[in-house]
Design a protein around this ligand. Structure first.
Ligand SMILES: [Zn+2]
Ligand SMILES: [Zn+2]
Length: 431
C-alpha cells in the first residue's frame, strides 16, 4: 500500500458521524423510553454466535443463511465462499435467535414464565453492495417470550407503531398477515406451488431457486415479473385452520379496538423460517421499493427448536437506518447536539493554567465547559465559542484574576456580568 492510499471504511459499513449521531440517539432514546413504558427489560448478547444457531434458528434455506452471513472458521480465518458450514462463528445477522439462545442457556423461563426483552445494536449481513444496502446496520428490537396470547401480538404491534409516532414519523403503514402454523402452512405451500408452477419460467433466477427451497419468498420478490406472477397467487388466509384463523381475528379485533389502522396484506412474508401465525410489517412510502422500517411476528417454535420449552413468542425489529432516512425525507428536523454551556477564553498565555483549572471546577459542578487547546488569540477563542454554540463565554485575564471577578458574557444577548467563580457556578447551575 502506498503511503498516500487512504484506508476507507469497509463497503456497506458507514461511519455515523457526530452531526448524524443526535438523530440516531433521539431514535434510540425514544425506543428505550417506550420499552420501559411497556415493561421490557434490556438484554445484550454478543456480536458473534455459533453459526449453527442461525442455521437452525433462521433456517438453512433462507437467503440470509445461504448467502448473507459473515461466517468465520473457529481459528478465526474467514470461510471460503459458499454455503455456510454449521461449525464456526458468525456475526449476528439478526438478534431474535441470539436472544432466544440466551433465554434458553440461562434458564430464564424457570425464573418466570414470561419475559419482555429488548435490544439495541448492530447486525451484519453480506448484502450485495450494488443494491445499496448496508452490511453493518442497526436494529432496535423487542422479544416477548412465553405466551401464546393474541394480546402479546397486538401489544407488540401497538408498541412498534407508537415508536414511530414518538419519533415524529407520520404516514406509516401497518401491514398484517398470518403464516399459520406448520400444519396449515403445509397446505398453503402446496397450493402456492400449484398456482405458480405454470408461470415458473417467468420468475427471476432467484425465484426459480426459491420455488423449491422456499416458495413463500417469491411473494416478497421485488422483480417486476415475479410481482406480476405473485399478484394472482392464493392467500394464506384461505388455508388457515380454525385455531390460526381465530388467533388472527383476535389480534385484528384488539388492534381495531385500540384505534389502529392497518391493512391485511395476504402476501406479506419475511426472510426468516421461524415465523408462525402473526406477521407484520411497518413501511413508509418515502422509501421506495424497500420501504420497511419495522418487521416482526410470532415465532412459537423457536424456543423449543433451540432446546428450551415449548412457549409462544412475539418479536419485532425496527431498522434504525430506514427510520433515519424516512425522517429526513419527511423533513423532520434533525436533532441538534446538546449545546455547550460555557467556553472559557484566556486573555493571554499567562492565565492558561488558571483557565484550565476553572474549567475543571465548572465540570465538577456539572456545567459543560470547554477551552482552547491551540494557544490561539482571544479573538480566535471567541470564534470557537460561537462555532461550538456556547451559551456563555467566561473571559479570564490577569486583571480579572487579581480582582477575583471574571467576566461572564451571555452570547445570545451580549449581556455581561462580573462575578466570582463561585457565583458563576451558582448562577449557571440554577439554569
Ligand atoms: Zn394452523
Ligand atoms: Zn423473483
Amino acid at each position: 500500500m502506498s503511503k498516500s492510499e487512504k484506508i476507507r471504511a469497509p463497503r456497506g459499513m458507514p461511519d455515523i458521524l457526530p452531526n448524524e449521531v443526535p438523530l440516531v440517539r433521539r431514535i434510540e432514546e425514544a425506543a428505550r423510553r417506550l420499552f420501559r413504558l411497556y415493561g421490557y427489560e434490556e438484554i445484550r448478547t454478543p456480536l458473534f454466535e455459533e453459526t449453527r444457531l442461525f442455521v437452525r434458528g433462521i433456517g438453512e434455506d433462507t437467503d440470509i443463511v445461504q448467502k448473507e452471513m459473515y461466517t468465520f472458521a473457529e481459528e478465526g480465518t474467514p470461510d471460503a465462499e459458499g454455503p455456510p458450514k454449521s461449525t464456526g462463528i458468525t456475526l449476528r445477522p439478526e438478534a431474535t435467535a441470539p436472544v432466544v439462545r440466551s433465554v434458553v442457556e440461562h434458564n430464564l423461563l424457570k425464573k418466570k414464565n414470561f419475559w419482555k426483552l429488548y435490544y439495541v445494536g448492530p447486525m451484519f449481513r453480506k448484502e450485495r453492495p450494488q443494491a445499496g444496502r448496508l452490511r453493518q446496520f442497526y436494529q432496535i428490537g423487542g422479544e416477548a417470550i412465553g405466551s401464546y396470547e393474541p394480546a402479546v401480538d397486538a401489544e407488540a404491534i401497538l408498541l412498534a407503531t407508537r415508536f414511530f409516532r414518538e419519533v415524529g414519523l407520520d404516514g406509516i403503514v401497518v401491514k398484517l398477515n398470518s403464516l399459520g402454523c406448520p400444519s396449515c402452512r403445509g397446505e398453503y405451500r402446496k397450493a402456492l406451488r400449484a398456482a405458480l408452477e405454470p408461470k415458473r419460467k417467468e420468475l427471476c433466477r432467484d425465484c426459480q431457486a426459491r420455488f423449491e427451497r422456499n416458495v413463500f419468498r417469491i411473494l416478497d420478490c421485488k422483480q417486476e415479473p415475479c410481482k406480476a406472477v405473485a399478484m394472482d397467487a392464493p392467500a394464506m388466509r384461505e388455508f388457515l385452520d380454525r385455531e390460526c384463523r381465530g388467533h388472527l381475528e383476535a389480534v385484528e379485533s384488539m388492534l381495531k379496538d385500540s384505534g389502529l389502522d392497518f391493512i391485511n396484506d395476504d402476501h406479506l412474508v419475511r426472510g426468516f423460517d421461524y415465523y408462525t401465525r402473526t406477521l407484520f410489517e411497518i413501511s413508509h412510502g418515502s422509501l421506495g421499493a424497500r420501504d420497511a422500517v419495522c418487521g416482526g411476528g410470532r415465532y412459537d417454535n423457536l424456543v423449543e427448536e433451540l432446546g428450551g420449552p415449548a412457549v409462544g413468542c412475539v418479536g419485532f425489529a425496527v431498522g434504525v437506518v430506514p427510520t433515519v432516512l424516512a425522517l429526513q425525507k419527511a423533513g423532520v428536523a434533525r436533532a441538534a447536539p446538546e449545546p455547550l454551556k460555557l467556553y472559557a477564553a484566556a486573555v493571554n498565555d499567562d492565565v492558561r493554567s488558571e483557565c484550565f483549572r476553572i474549567v475543571e471546577d465548572l465540570r465538577e459542578a456539572g456545567i459543560s465547559a470547554d477551552l482552547d487547546h491551540e494557544r490561539r488569540s482571544l479573538k480566535a477563542q471567541m470564534r470557537s465559542a460561537n462555532r461550538l454554540g456556547a451559551q456563555y463565554v467566561l473571559v479570564i485575564g490577569p486583571d480579572e484574576l487579581a480582582q477575583g471577578r471574571l467576566t461572564l458574557k451571555e452570547m445570545a444577548t451580549g449581556r455581561e456580568e462580573r462575578l466570582s467563580i463561585g457565583d458563576v457556578i451558582k448562577s449557571l447551575k440554577r439554569e
